[in-house]
Write a new protein. Structure first.
Length: 152
C-alpha cells in the first residue's frame, strides 16, 4: 500500500530507558534527514512510542496502529521481514532484524560486540557505522541505495 521506494524501519531508543543508558540512543527528530530523502518510507518499529513523540519529530513515520509492537513478537517479525532495511539504535529491534537476515544499520557507540570490526559476525546483515558517523553515515548510505534504484 506504500507504493514504490525503500521501506525502512526505524527505532531510536530502548523501551527500557534510564539515565545510565540514555547516551546510547537518539531522538526521533534526529532521523528527520532520512525522512527528507525522496523515495523512502520510514516505518516506526519503536516500542512504547507516544503520540507526543510524533509531534516533536518534524515528520510522521508510517505506523501500523493495529500491530502491538510491545507484545506481538510474531507480528513485529513479520513487519521487519517485509522491510528493505532497518535503521536502529542498539535495541532488540536490531537483534530481531539481524536474526531474520534483514539488512540493519545499528547506530550507537562502539561496544565489545563489534569484535574490532564494523559488523557483528553472528549477524552478517548488520552494519555498525563508526561512532560520530552514525546518522551522517545512515543518510549518505541511504542516498546511495536510492541512487542505485533510480533508472539511469
Amino acid at each position: 500500500a506504500l507504493g514504490g521506494g525503500l521501506k525502512v524501519g526505524i527505532c531510536w531508543r530502548s523501551a527500557m530507558m534510564n539515565a545510565e543508558r540514555q547516551d546510547n540512543y537518539f531522538r526521533l527528530a534526529d532521523l528527520a534527514p532520512l525522512a527528507s530523502l525522496a523515495g523512502v518510507h520510514l516505518i516506526s518499529l519503536q516500542r512504547g512510542a507516544r503520540l507526543e513523540t510524533w509531534d516533536a519529530a518534524g515528520f510522521d513515520p508510517v505506523r501500523f496502529d493495529d500491530l502491538d509492537l510491545d507484545d506481538d513478537l510474531e507480528g513485529q517479525a513479520a513487519l521487519i521481514g517485509a522491510l528493505d532495511l532497518v535503521i536502529t539504535a542498539p535495541t532488540a529491534v536490531g537483534e530481531l532484524a539481524g536474526a531474520l537476515g534483514v539488512p540493519v544499520w545499528r547506530l550507537g557507540p562502539p561496544d565489545w560486540t563489534r569484535l574490532g570490526t564494523s559488523a557483528r559476525p553472528w549477524f552478517p546483515t548488520m552494519h555498525l557505522p563508526d561512532q560520530g558517523q552514525g546518522m551522517q553515515a545512515a543518510v549518505a548510505g541511504l542516498a546511495r541505495l536510492l541512487t542505485g534504484l533510480r533508472p539511469s
